[in-house]
Design a protein around this ligand. Sequence first.
Ligand code: NAG
Ligand code: NAG
Ligand code: NAG
Ligand code: NAG
Ligand code: NAG
Ligand code: NAG
Length: 453
Amino acid sequence: MKLCVIIPLCALFTLTQQGPPQDQCVCDLTNSEKAFPHAKLSTVEDNASKCNININPKKTLELESLMLGLERRLPQLQEDVSVLERENDSELYGALSLLVIENELTEIKKLIKKLNMTTQGHHRLTTDTNDQLKDLITEMAKLEKYDTLQVVKRKQAHERLKKGLRPTSQPTQPPHGICPHGRFLNITGPRIYTAGEYPGSYMYGAWGRDPKPEVGKENWYWLVMLTSSNIYANYVRLYSSLSSLIVGVSGPGNIEIHSSNPTTNTVQGPNVVLYGGALYYNCYKKYAVCRFNLTTKTATTMQLPEGTRFNSKGNFCNLDACYSYTDLDLATDESGVWVIYTTSQDFGNLVLSKVEEGEPPTLNQTWHTSVFKQGVSNTFMACGVLYATRYVSKEVEEIFYSFDTSTEVEKFNIGIFIKKMSPNIYSLNYSPVDQMLHAYCDSFMVSYKVVFG
Ligand SMILES: *[C@@H]1O[C@H](CO)[C@@H](O)[C@H](O)[C@H]1NC(C)=O
Ligand SMILES: *[C@@H]1O[C@H](CO)[C@@H](O)[C@H](O)[C@H]1NC(C)=O
Ligand SMILES: *[C@@H]1O[C@H](CO)[C@@H](O)[C@H](O)[C@H]1NC(C)=O
Ligand SMILES: *[C@@H]1O[C@H](CO)[C@@H](O)[C@H](O)[C@H]1NC(C)=O
Ligand SMILES: *[C@@H]1O[C@H](CO)[C@@H](O)[C@H](O)[C@H]1NC(C)=O
Ligand SMILES: *[C@@H]1O[C@H](CO)[C@@H](O)[C@H](O)[C@H]1NC(C)=O
């Protein structure tokens, strides 16, 4: 049935790499009409990612972002199609998968449209690529027609779905310190580099993926930009997929904390995280973590110890200057939410506390490190280990320090280098869902893949 239509559609995507000059890579979209290319799709992914590595993103920023969007969407589609195949026994989940696939197709279509616009600007792809894009869009239109014929059937399934659907169980959380992926070895990338929806507009912010998403929001991405005085934010902007974020199309839109900015419970500073459908951040003029529930739109406050540095008095720094209002750094990893800060009694050294999700959220264990916060440019958590970075040059940041909460062992010689796309990383956070590091750098959203082994 519907599968048969989806399958040839995937076969339309073929990315070929054309003998590129050293610092340039041109990707061509060509058309082919073969059977569903499970094997081929992985070659395409390989080729697309090879292509990404070779591209100089500064020159071809938009093109690369779009290619990456496609690169990400294709395996997603492949995966969802195979889920649908496996779930043939259950009408309910089958119907759910169809909805998901339909969403993906819509997004891929948007992506292709944007790609067409971009390539025209770049004058990089040939006119017959344009024709091929046209064919692709015709195929998409046919598919849509088919979809409308299926609407009634699907609506019925959807009704049953609403009655019978239960939230999927959360994966069990590993105790921190024990890493399900092995040891943190290195990082590669950047894998994503995009100016997003507001190119150059907001220098400071954070973005990422909720590690414990609500059902149906598994692929959503979030973005918080400091829209007032480069210090404060009053809303979370949501995207239903990575490609939507790259293309700059926000379906779900904004969720506002308060219409005024700043005011009580406003986000202060860039190092925020979204976890379990709630935003954790340093709240306006308090040495406290606020948790804003995106569903109920209410904020709860969790006080940090007396002596905690706040209001830009305990910041991260690069060689020349400190990053304003980075007193509290919120982080996520496999075990949940953490807060990294410093206090007067710790003489400005980093302090790390586990945040428990309860109502209200509370602080659990706290660890005191011997690394001076002003010698650190940012931190993140992965598998219960705190990692700290320092500024090396405009092009390079180094992960130089780690603190393992399970053994309390500190290391100052990590020596893992991050290739930067802009000089300053204002927020850095690890996503346990896909083992990516998400960075917000001078208005660009950049991400890296963590290599475990
Ligand atoms: C991938 O690239 C290789 C060589 O770089 C090429 O031979 C192959 O046809 C490409 N595959 C696809 C599906 O584009
Ligand atoms: C799905 O299940 C039906 C009946 O259980 C069976 O006839 C059909 O072949 C199955 N389809 C696939 C793709 O496995
Ligand atoms: C690409 O855009 C141009 C100009 O807007 C349009 O004429 C052309 O049909 C488009 N191609 C596709 C495949 O949409
Ligand atoms: C880490 O990755 C970088 C870039 O991929 C590479 O140059 C470097 O040699 C790697 N380091 C280690 C220790 O594997
Ligand atoms: C947000 O509020 C809803 C409704 O009260 C609740 O079910 C959910 O657990 C809350 N989320 C968080 C992260 O506290
Ligand atoms: C604090 O952490 C310990 C160890 O992870 C855990 O067993 C305990 O339940 C936590 N306490 C609270 C209040 O969540």
